[in-house]
Design a protein around this ligand. Structure first.
Ligand code: PLP
Length: 384
């Protein structure tokens, strides 16, 4: 039945430890995909496992209307980590739900209804998030969605964005580095331009940092990364998910006061689930205490340098920190299969021709080096 939603890989994973995943036949794989950035501190980090075990024996769940210390600790922690003053925290269970909430809040807090999104964007697969997602293949079978209310603009083109945003615009939603769309960092000035035009029209600026956040790009949030922005660009709403709880289901929508005050009724049964919240707090503590953003910046730079100087028949290396895309100029899935089966390295595609590397933020230079070696070996002599 699982083939109904996912194509199955020919490797059954039994256990994980740090950057390593082990299959049922005992083969150890270097996990450079981190299951879509879901394990920023590595698999089964002892602090995270310990926090889950402790919380599990205390309280698994109670409805969100009862205050629970684990949940308030997490919301305070996220508020403190948020860029600028977007300190209101809404918790849910996935990335698409975080974006769904962001779009709902933007609609209820502004006078607008229109959503401006970017070509090649990926924001999730529930109705509103999917409407703001670019890929027609994901949407067409489910239409009509909100297509009458979404305008797509070419990513990175500030002039096109400025032309699309008007008084009818409830929200502009952007990834500071597009992930699924091929690992495309925002060009200089783009995020700032988005900030300025939305401030002028009173629209909510939403940064989807579901993939770029938590230290991945070398700063805690990508909207604070000085490669992308001259100084931090603070959105009105920021969404996070993926690795917050080391792979347990969670999403977070952080918003400015004016958005929170204008937001109408919204809810989710499992919002701030104590077990997941405990895993999240432990994960965020490791990211902050071990300054994994700095490690991502340093090792990410080595990785990109080595990829650029290696003898690789690739067209381009794009990325920031430990979010890296290699334009391999041919089917990425084939390359990924061979990397897994012949070199015990797991990575991800981003579109048809891009190999995407999103390793745990704990990797060291020797592991980055091993991946470059494997890519050299794998791609050698196969340039087309
Ligand atoms: C993965 C992802 C989502 C969707 O998250 P889910 O948890 O799969 O719903 C949304 N936006 C971005 C940028 C993502 O990478």
């Amino acid at each position: 039945m699982s083939g109904f939603v996912y194509s199955q890989k020919p490797i059954t994973i039994d256990s994980g430890d740090g950057v390593t995943l082990t299959s049922d036949d005992g083969t150890e794989y270097l996990d450079f995909g981190a299951s879509y950035a879901c394990t920023p501190v590595g698999h089964c980090h002892p602090n995270v496992v310990g926090a889950i075990q402790e919380q599990a024996s205390e309280l698994l769940f109670v409805q969100g209307s009862y205050p629970v210390e684990t949940r308030s600790t997490l919301t305070a922690q996220l508020a403190a980590l948020a860029p600028g003053d977007i300190e209101n925290v809404w918790l849910c269970n996935s990335g698409t739900e975080a974006n769904e909430a962001a779009l709902k809040f933007a609609r209820s807090a502004t006078d607008g209804t229109k959503i401006v999104a970017a070509r090649d964007a990926f924001h999730g697969r529930t109705a509103a998030s999917l409407s703001a997602t670019w890929k027609p293949k994901y949407k067409a079978p489910y239409e009509p969605l909100l297509e009458d209310h979404v305008e797509f603009v070419p990513y990175g083109d500030a002039t096109a964005l400025e032309a699309a945003v008007d008084d009818e615009t409830a929200a502009v939603i952007l990834e500071p580095v597009q992930g699924e769309g091929g690992v495309n960092p925002a060009p200089a000035g783009y995020l700032r331009a988005a900030r300025e035009v939305t401030a002028e029209t009173g629209s909510a600026l939403i940064f989807d940092e579901i993939q770029t956040g938590l230290g991945r790009t070398g700063s805690f949030w990508a909207c604070e990364n000085d490669t992308l922005v001259d100084s931090p660009v603070v959105p009105d709403i920021l969404t996070s998910a993926k690795g917050i709880a080391s792979g347990l289901p969670i999403g977070a929508t952080l918003c400015a006061d004016w958005v929170a005050e204008g937001a109408a009724s919204h809810g989710s049964t499992f919002s701030g689930n104590p077990l997941v919240a405990a895993a999240a707090t432990a994960t965020l503590d490791v990211i902050v205490d071990e300054d994994l953003a700095a490690n991502a910046a340093a090792v990410g730079e080595t990785l990109v340098d080595e990829l650029e100087t290696a003898d690789l028949p690739i067209d381009e290396v794009r990325g920031l920190g430990l979010m890296c895309g290699l334009e391999v100029g041919r089917g990425a899935n084939r390359v990924l299969r061979d990397l897994a089966l012949e070199h015990e390295i797991l990575a991800l595609p981003a579109g048809r021709t891009v190999v995407r590397l999103l390793p745990p933020l704990t990797i060291d230079e020797s592991q980055a080096h091993a991946v470059v070696d494997a890519l050299e070996d794998e791609l050698a002599g196969t340039a087309d």
